[in-house]
Design a binder for this molecule. Structure first.
Ligand SMILES: [Zn+2]
Length: 340
């Protein structure tokens, strides 16, 4: 089969198409013929070396496609089923998994990072990691679903305890996960201030339901957030931009507010005034991956059609390097997709 195989970490041009063996499945696994694969920041970090991985490694955490083979112990799936992949691979047996906190699993791996992934014609995953594609959804939309929506749900609901009426500042509102965070926050009755980095993204963020959209390159974000919240600051900041936005994000919080953070796209070093944070009783809450209950809670809503991914561009698999360049230049709004 054709696949994008990482043989060394580096710039986007290390992503080249190779012929490799179709994966052989175990008895608890399924083989999925990939119809669309989602591109994520994680893929960029694994490619560039921010995250170390064993090589050679087929990149790509998420995909939608058709089941083409099922293992001997798999009874709930059949060849021909249309499915998408939940890339969080957990052991199901550690103390965290048994408590339903799979995001803390002692053996957590992600497809495309700790195991071969979806930038390929076929991918194998445990049968418990595939779910039926919601009715009426295409493969491209279904490939844009897992990482962004499960991450955003885990952040906002499990970690930041979003309530109806909360004010939420969504940093990186034009990214795939930012789009998901805007949609989920609005659906659950929050008031949303979205940050974007380009003027043309303003209207797109408004179109998703953001109540206010600020351009981080043109406006003083802290001043504007305080103005929009009557001088108080927001209840929740959804932060994944990292060191470039860290202080702005902190200063945008109301006393007692919660900043949920992950990703750190622009870098890993954030400054913090410890006294500022404790006097204002700020809650700084990290988030990573998601729990199975986040998957099922999100799916219930996705199936109603009230959350829909925004597709930015679709590239052929052979152009994976172009897709990474587009993401690294921040030229996208929504999800970038690869088609094998
Ligand atoms: Zn576990």
């Amino acid at each position: 089969m054709k696949a994008i195989v990482l043989e060394r970490q580096g710039p986007p041009d290390v992503l080249t198409l190779r012929d490799v063996e179709v994966p052989r499945i175990g008895e608890d696994e399924v083989l999925v013929r990939v119809e669309a694969a989602g591109v994520n920041r994680l893929d960029v970090w694994v490619r560039s070396g921010v995250y170390k991985t064993e090589m050679p490694r087929v990149l790509g955490s998420e995909a939608a496609g058709v089941v083409s083979e099922v293992g001997g112990k798999v009874s709930h799936l059949s060849v021909g089923d249309r499915v998408f992949i939940d890339p969080a691979l957990t052991d199901g047996s550690c103390s965290f998994c048994l408590q339903g906190k799979q995001s803390l699993c002692e053996n957590l791996k992600l497809v495309g990072f700790g195991a071969d992934g979806c930038y390929a014609e076929y991918v194998k995953v445990p049968a418990v990691n595939v779910h039926p594609i919601p009715r009426g959804w295409g493969f491209e939309e279904a490939a844009a679903l897992a990482v962004n929506y499960f991450t955003a749900w885990h952040c906002l609901m499990a970690r930041a305890s979003l309530q109806p009426g909360s004010t939420v500042l969504v940093v990186g509102g034009g990214s795939g996960v930012g789009v998901a965070a805007i949609q989920i926050s609005k659906l659950l009755g929050a008031e949303v201030i979205a940050l974007v980095g380009d003027e043309w993204k303003r209207e797109k963020a408004r179109g998703l339901g953001a109540d206010h959209v600020l351009n981080r390159r043109r406006e003083n974000i802290v001043e504007e957030v305080l103005r929009l919240t009557g001088g108080k600051g927001v209840d929740i900041v959804f932060e994944h931009a990292g060191e470039k936005m860290w202080e702005t994000a902190l200063k945008s919080l109301r006393p007692g507010g919660t900043m949920v953070f992950f990703g750190a796209t622009s870098g890993d070093e954030g400054r913090l005034s410890i006294r500022y944070a404790y006097r204002r009783q700020l809650n700084l809450v990290g988030s990573y991956s998601w729990d199975k209950k986040d998957v099922f809670n999100t799916l219930k809503i996705l199936e109603t059609g009230r959350l829909k991914p925004v597709i930015d561009t679709v590239y052929p698999l052979a152009d994976a390097s172009k897709s990474h360049m587009r993401m690294e230049r921040d030229e996208h709004f929504g999800k970038i997709i690869l088609k094998p």
